[in-house]
Design a protein. Structure first.
Length: 218
């Protein structure tokens, strides 16, 4: 408990983290480029970012872009923000909030790309609407993404992946839809940049294949 409280204290003082106790938590919407990153670079958002491995990994590879990891867990945000600080990554930031509330923090068409990395699969049928690829979330993403921006999902969970593929197939407003049940044996592998989260490595060790899909709203 002491360690968790210390991590909460640390992120409360970090400029690369936006969370409820900070003034810009209520004013950042539409101002990520002008006030947070202070540039006009494209914005990629990682939802369910966990420890932030993808946010940090992408920020390292693409210094000409901005990256924001979103998660509700403060101790996970601490890890990602720490890696960003240690790497002097001024193009990586973190937002601590529920993903269902992200429209409170981004204007329409403010985001260039969305990653969903190893989210909670919500396997119970009664929890289907809480899956991050359910229709209500998809509609939010469509409003937030700029025209032509990609939505990408990477997961180990077969049930969630199959559900997500079917949900995308149902839509009549998608383009460039591709998917694979084994990204490391697919021509889509380069799109994932071989960034591996702790969860991915853990599941891979158990023999799970890593699934990936991406598409644009048309």
């Amino acid at each position: 408990m002491k360690r968790k409280l210390e991590r909460f204290r640390v992120i409360s003082e970090r400029e690369n983290v936006i969370e409820p106790n900070k003034p810009n938590y209520h004013t950042i919407k539409g101002k990520w480029n002008s006030e947070f990153f202070k540039n006009d670079n494209p914005i990629t958002v990682e939802l369910a970012c966990g420890r932030g491995e993808y946010t940090v990994g992408l920020a390292t590879r693409f210094p000409e872009r901005n990256f924001i990891g979103v998660d509700i867990k403060g101790d996970r945000i601490w890890k990602g923000s720490t890696m960003a600080v240690e790497g002097n990554l001024l193009n990586a930031g973190f937002l601590r909030t529920h993903i269902l509330l992200i429209e409170n923090f981004f204007e329409g068409n403010e985001i260039d790309e969305i990653w969903i990395t190893f989210p909670d699969p919500r396997p119970r049928l009664s929890d289907a609407k809480r899956r991050l690829t359910s229709p209500r979330f998809m509609e939010m993403y469509k409003r937030l993404l700029k025209p032509g921006g990609y939505l990408r999902l990477k997961t180990d969970n077969t049930g969630l992946f199959e559900y997500s593929v079917e949900e995308v197939k149902k839509r009549n407003d998608v383009a460039d839809f591709q998917y694979t049940n084994e990204v490391y044996e697919s021509t889509l592998r380069p799109e994932c940049y071989d960034i591996k989260t702790r969860y991915e490595m853990m599941f891979a060790e158990k023999g799970e294949t890593i699934k990936y899909l991406r598409f644009r709203f048309s």
